[in-house]
Design a binder for this molecule. Structure first.
Ligand code: GDP
Length: 296
């Protein structure tokens, strides 16, 4: 992720640091190049624009231009603003609620929702030795329910038994009841996706949310879909309400624009990133570390 952007920014900022004294024009020229690099990395236009504006405002300050190492100060400002854009602090999944804590997963079909559900379940059971129950609410695709059961066996996490003929909200309620009876700490609800953003999916997700009253609603979004992922996040947040985002396929995403834009556009934190197909390929999204990675 961010390989191209990282190279481009290093080139631009190295040029500044080598220069010694900086004029406001030098900063302006560099910022135009940074803006172009962000847009080529598929960062949303508004996000790129306000990012540049914030950096420029701080960088043309008298203290920077007159300082002994102005270039390095600009690099630090770019770093700080990247961290701000990406969301400041790393945010873990919030389990601070009475058990069973319900986590609802939403997103398009094929985005990695079921895989991520199992990865999160594995992580929670591994780390905190929490007892987790997973339930598939995908009544339209029996194969999706089977897939969650198979992954559950693989990561040794229980899945709710499949009962035919129930609606997604009914399954959600049954999952929560079963979690209460079985003294589970966490119940993860894997809702049905669709191929594209459509009203039926949103309405169903909203119904499930009303029935389950989840503590976390996590959007699973494919990083490779770039701007579409950003629009998806905005729509889901407006219609259903999100508490966080999980970006998948970060391992295949050379540009990283979606990651940079999502927090800024939705205000919701990226909590986790998927970095591969394996069950342990899930990482905490740490803005400071990612900003460091981008600036090399
Ligand atoms: P769903 O339809 O949203 O539930 O998607 P799935 O969980 O079935 O995932 C679709 C495909 O994406 C599967 O082949 C997963 O192994 C793969 N996948 C999921 N997350 C990642 C990821 O972070 N990186 C990579 N490379 N593949 C992933």
């Amino acid at each position: 992720m961010f390989d191209n952007l990282s190279q481009r920014l290093s080139g631009i900022l190295d040029g500044l640091t080598r220069r010694g004294a900086l004029s406001a024009t030098d900063v302006d020229t560099a910022m135009r190049e940074v803006r172009r690099a962000l847009l080529e990395a598929d960062v949303a236009l508004d996000v790129a624009r306000s990012f540049i504006e914030r950096v420029r405002e701080r960088a043309v300050g008298v203290d920077v231009i007159k300082s002994v190492t102005p270039g390095q100060m600009v690099v630090k400002i770019v770093h700080d603003e990247l961290v701000t854009t990406l969301g400041s602090d790393a945010q873990a999944i919030d389990l601070n609620a009475p058990a069973p804590v319900a986590i609802m997963m939403v997103g398009l079909q094929g985005s990695g929702k079921t895989t991520t559900t199992a990865k999160i379940a594995k992580r929670l059971t591994d780390l905190g030795k929490r007892k987790v129950l997973m339930a598939s609410l995908d009544t339209r695709r029996p194969a999706a329910m089977e897939q969650l059961a198979v992954l559950g066996k693989q990561v040794e996490v229980d899945t709710l038994p499949i009962v035919q003929g129930q609606t997604p909200p009914q399954i959600a309620k049954r999952a929560i009841e079963a979690a209460k009876l079985g003294s589970y700490d966490v119940v993860i609800l894997d809702t049905a996706g669709r191929i594209t953003l459509d009203e039926a999916m949103m309405a169903e997700a909203a119904d499930v949310k009303r029935a389950a009253d989840p503590h976390e609603v996590l959007l699973v979004a494919d990083a490779l879909t770039g701007q579409d992922a950003v629009n998806l996040a905005r729509s889901f947040d407006e219609r259903v309400g999100l508490t966080g985002i999980v970006m998948t396929r970060v391992d295949g995403d050379g540009r990283g624009g979606a990651a940079l834009s999502m927090r800024a556009v939705t205000g919701k934190p990226i909590k986790l990133i998927g970095t591969g197909e394996k069950m342990d390929a899930l990482e905490t999204f740490d803005p400071a570390r990612i900003a460091g990675r981008i600036l090399g």
